[in-house]
Design a protein around this ligand. Structure first.
Ligand code: GDP
Ligand code: IMO
Ligand code: MG
Length: 422
């Protein structure tokens, strides 16, 4: 029986989900996003060009593939309008191949303002959010005060919008945030809503469940497991469930319909925004990882914090999502380091542990490292496992044993072609 496969990030986001979802798409007829929104930036590279997607699933550049924006996603009409225009320009058949859930919540201009206002008010304690309005939109969804895409077609939409706007502007004012022009924001928002209404909207839970027997479906995660609202480094997290459990709520499918769970991780670690990062390198090695890995946000351009691979966090993420296939990204970036390290355990207040401590934000966490001999060979030209240098293969072998899972795909560059299948 067909099941829905899942591809998701096991670290703090930006693992390379876009590249892999695009790479796997030829095996699937439907690609569906189940959470997050335009806080995501998923990069794809083929035919010498890089494309960055924020809300649109990464199967959009393939013909005859339906790309579903599920009910668990939050959609900003203004941002998705420009994303759609960009993707149409790049040659994708968006009108035919993009499908929105009517139940996906709408990011209003005031949600963006509230995101900025609350980050501003937090000062040094800020989350370092992407300022895309994600937190305030999910807060309104859970608080039963949200606007859904299906509401765009309702004759009273404008009244509903005005009522929520009034409430939220009062809050923005209370937080002392003044740097905006609400008339311009309103106009831009309503123009974008009219543009969006031309596309396909459905109760996608029926579409997806109806398609399971006859179609191969891939659910594409955004962010990463350590940013999950329940299991990430709270409160320095995003506002949705990024683990495989989120697929059920975010698309309206039952747990027994989940098949393979592909867990993606970088050969090292990065994090953007604030919050704990036990294996972070604040020295020149971290700087070199950032430079060689071009670690700057695909959405915000912010420099990403860099560090060694963290097996404590990786094992936790594998456990939470029931990952059965591992995919290692950016292996090429580790070439030319004399030694490559992996955090194998933590010392928390002097005691060794293999678990993520409850209060990761306040404990003193010191990683315990295992060191590997580096390799100087350029991996970007390798196309099969036998091309890879022995020191790198030893590193992989160690990871497979420790994680008790085979590494199914090794990525050695951003391009579709730079991918080694086991
Ligand atoms: P996502 O959010 O998980 O889709 O990842 P991002 O697109 O935000 O960040 C991953 C970055 O690494 C992008 O710039 C990709 O083009 C790039 N990338 C993906 N895989 C590889 C790889 O194997 N090697 C290198 N050097 N870059 C990669
Ligand atoms: P992709 O899908 C990396 C981070 C932000 C911030 C925290 C909360 O490209 O991997 P939010 O705007 O969600 O309220 O921000 O989460 N964050 C990401 N970091 N990749 C992402 O997405 C992210 N989406 C959110 O930097 O620390
Ligand atoms: Mg990204």
């Amino acid at each position: 029986m067909n099941k829905i496969d899942v591809v998701l990030g096991l670290q703090w986001g930006d693992e390379g989900k876009g590249k892999i979802a695009d790479f796997l798409t030829p095996n699937y007829q439907i690609i569906a996003r189940f959470q997050g929104g335009p806080n995501a930036g998923h990069s794809l590279k083929f035919n010498g060009k890089t494309h960055v997607l924020n809300t649109i699933p990464s199967g959009i550049f393939h013909e005859n593939t339906t790309n579903v924006i599920g009910n668990g996603v939050v959609v900003d009409p203004v941002r998705i309008k420009s994303e759609i225009e960009r993707v149409i320009d790049a040659g994708a058949d968006v009108r035919q191949n993009l499908l929105f859930s009517k139940k996906a919540h709408v990011i209003l201009p005031t949600h963006r303002l509230l995101d900025a206002a609350s980050e501003h008010a937090k000062g040094d304690a800020k989350i370092g959010s992407t300022l895309r309005g994600i937190g305030p939109t999910y807060r309104d969804k859970i608080g039963r005060n949200g606007v859904r895409l299906g509401d765009l077609f309702h004759p009273n939409f404008k009244q509903k919008y005005e009522a929520i706007k009034k409430e939220q502007l009062a809050l923005v004012e209370f937080l002392g945030y003044k740097d905006f022009d609400i008339i311009a924001l309103d106009q831009e928002f309503f123009e974008a809503c009219e543009f969006l209404k031309e596309f396909k909207f459905e109760d996608t839970e029926y579409f997806i469940n109806g398609a399971i027997p006859t179609h191969k479906i891939l659910a594409e995660g955004a962010q990463g497991s350590m940013l999950d609202i329940d299991f990430g480094s709270y409160p320095f997290v995003t506002s949705s469930n990024t683990i495989s459990g989120g697929v059920c709520n975010g698309l309206g499918i039952a747990p027994q319909n989940i098949g393979d769970v592909y867990g993606i991780f970088k050969a090292y670690c990065t994090r953007v925004g604030s919050g704990p990062f036990p294996s972070e390198l604040l020295d020149e090695t971290g700087e070199l990882l950032r430079k060689k890995g071009n670690e700057f946000g695909a959405t915000t351009g912010r420099p990403r914090r860099c560090g060694w691979l963290d097996l404590v966090a990786l094992k936790y993420a594998i456990m939470l999502s029931g990952v059965n296939r591992l995919i290692m990204m950016k292996s090429d970036v580790l070439s030319e380091f004399d030694e490559v390290k992996v955090a194998v355990a933590y010392k928390v207040n002097g005691t060794e542990t293999n678990q993520i401590p409850y209060d990761l934000c306040n404990e003193t966490v010191e990683p315990i490292y295992k060191s590997f001999k580096g390799w100087s060979e350029d991996l970007t030209i390798c196309r099969k496992k036998s091309d890879l240098p022995q020191n790198f293969l030893d590193y992989i072998q160690y990871l497979e044993t420790e994680l008790a899972l085979p590494i199914h795909i090794i990525s050695v560059g951003p391009d579709r072609e730079q991918t080694i299948l086991d």
